[in-house]
Design a protein around this ligand. Structure first.
Ligand code: 5RP
Length: 226
C-alpha cells in the first residue's frame, strides 16, 4: 500500500466515528483533507453535522463540499476533532504543525471531547523528534525567540514560504520556526521550556490531547490508545 493509499484508507475509516447531529472539528493537511472529502460524501448522502475547521484551507474545502461549516464563536463545543499528525509516539504524544496550522489545530482540538488522530504507519515513532518540531512565533519577537530556542539546543530555522518567496506566514499571520532538535526524551519539559519564551504563541507538541489514533498500513487500520 502506498502512503497516499494509507492516508485515503484511514481518512475513510475516521468517517465512521462521526454520527448524525455531531459537532465536528476538521483538521489540516493531506490526511485530514482526505478525511474531509470522505466526510463530505457522507454529508451529501444525508449525514447531518456541523463543523469547525483548523485552517482557512480546510474551512474552504468543507464549504466547497456543501458542509455546514462555522466558527468557534458559534460552535465552541465539539464532539470530536479529527486530524493528522507528523509523528505519533507512545501515549499518543504527537508532533504536529508540518502544515503550519498547529495553533488553530491545538485550539480546535482543545474544544473537542475527543481527538482522533489519523495517520499512516510511517508517522509512528518510538520517541518524538525525527520530524522538526514547529514553533509558532509572533513576528516582532523573532529576533528574541530564535536565539533562545537555539540556547535550548533546539536548532531552530525559520520556515520559508511554500513558493520560496519570503517567510512562511500562518493563518494568524505569525512565523514558524522548525526545530531540528533530534530525539525529544522529555516532551513535557521541552514543551514547558519553549512555552516560557515570551513571543512563542504555540508549539507543535500535542501531549495528553489525543484519545485515539487510527493508523493505516499494509494490515489495514489499527487503533492505538494513549
Ligand atoms: C498540519 C498538521 C498535519 O496534521 C500534519 O502535518 C500531517 O500532515 P499530513 O497528513 O499532510 O502528513 O499538523 O499543521
Amino acid at each position: 500500500m502506498t502512503q497516499d493509499e494509507a492516508k485515503a484508507l484511514v481518512g475513510k475509516r475516521a468517517v465512521e466515528f462521526v454520527k448524525d447531529g455531531m459537532a465536528v472539528g476538521l483538521g489540516t493537511g493531506t490526511t485530514a483533507t482526505l478525511f474531509i472529502r470522505s466526510l463530505g460524501e457522507r454529508v451529501q448522502q444525508g449525514l447531518k453535522i456541523r463543523c469547525v475547521a483548523s485552517s482557512d484551507a480546510s474551512h474552504n474545502l468543507a464549504a466547497s463540499l456543501g458542509m455546514d461549516i462555522t466558527t468557534l464563536d458559534k460552535l465552541p463545543e465539539l464532539d470530536v476533532y479529527i486530524d493528522g499528525a507528523d509523528e505519533v509516539a507512545p501515549g499518543l504524544a504527537l508532533i504536529k504543525g508540518g502544515g503550519g496550522a498547529l495553533l488553530r489545530e491545538k485550539i480546535v482540538a482543545s474544544a473537542a471531547k475527543k481527538f482522533i488522530v489519523v495517520a499512516d504507519q510511517t508517522k509512528v515513532v518510538k520517541m518524538l523528534g525525527r520530524f522538526p518540531l514547529p514553533v509558532e512565533v509572533i513576528k516582532m519577537a523573532l529576533p528574541l525567540v530564535l536565539p533562545k530556542l537555539a540556547e535550548l539546543g533546539l536548532n531552530p530555522s525559520q520556515r520559508p514560504a511554500k513558493n520560496g518567496n519570503g517567510p512562511y506566514l500562518t493563518d494568524e499571520g505569525n512565523f514558524i520556526l522548525d526545530c531540528a532538535c533530534g530525539q525529544i526524551p522529555d516532551p513535557v519539559a521541552t514543551a514547558a521550556a519553549i512555552r516560557s519564551i515570551v513571543g512563542v504563541v504555540e508549539h507543535g507538541l500535542f501531549l495528553h490531547m489525543a484519545s485515539l489514533a487510527l493508523i493505516a498500513g499494509d494490515d489495514g487500520v489499527t487503533e492505538l490508545q494513549p
